[in-house]
Design a protein around this ligand. Structure first.
Ligand code: AMP
Length: 191
């Protein structure tokens, strides 16, 4: 199995690049943000609960997110592998992912971390907010809070995977095609 974590702050281009990577490598895309938004749209119990956190730019509690991810991975256990987009976001989530994959005799192949300047990110998110309909992309204070959460809770995962020899930094500025090419080059070197 090829299990790639696409890592980076909000607005780094994880969603855009994931869509291309799943096609090229025949992988299943798991965007925890997309799963939450789907549940919000359908007014499920999970969606109503998650909305309270997402609207403030906070993380949905680990237990809820981890159970949702476990269920998703197990339902897709016959696939070639996954692109994890927006997951894990805490060390506890990273440990859950390792456990769930280990139960299937699999593991994380690598974490590819998109590097983008923060000013560029704010501009990209505000621009995306004009068309995405995402309330958390339309308010600069919520965006800033998402960066704070990223820096405090999510960025330690870079070190967590670096220590496992799985961390790969990829330049995340420039054209979508150029970034995609660099991601593919990096993936082709580890498979
Ligand atoms: P995203 O689409 O990845 O930018 O996620 C949008 C929002 O969904 C985040 O700001 C969080 O509130 C929530 N979310 C997405 N993924 C996770 C996760 N792995 N853990 C906790 N909350 C998450």
């Amino acid at each position: 199995m090829l299990n790639i974590i696409l890592f980076g702050p909000p607005g780094a281009g994880k969603g855009t690049q994931s869509s291309r990577l799943i096609q090229k490598y025949g992988l299943v895309h798991l965007s925890t943000g997309d799963v939450f938004r789907y549940n919000i749209k359908n007014e499920t119990e999970l969606g109503l609960m998650a909305k309270r956190y997402i609207d403030q730019g906070k993380l949905v509690p680990d237990e809820v997110t981890n159970n949702m991810v476990k269920d998703f991975i197990q339902r897709n256990s016959n696939s070639n592998g996954f692109i994890f987009d927006g997951y894990p976001r805490t060390i506890a989530q990273g440990e859950n992912l390792a456990t769930v994959l280990r139960e299937m005799n699999a593991q994380v192949t690598c974490m590819m971390a998109l590097q983008v300047d923060e000013d560029e990110l704010v501009n990209r998110l505000l621009e995306r907010g004009k068309t995405s309909g995402r309330p958390d992309d339309q308010d600069e204070s919520i965006i800033r809070n998402r960066f704070k959460v990223y820096n405090d809770e999510t960025s330690p995962l870079a070190d967590y995977y670096n220590k496992q020899g799985k961390y790969i930094a990829v330049h995340g500025m420039g054209s979508i095609d150029d970034i995609f090419r660099d991601l593919c080059t990096a993936i082709d070197q580890v498979i």
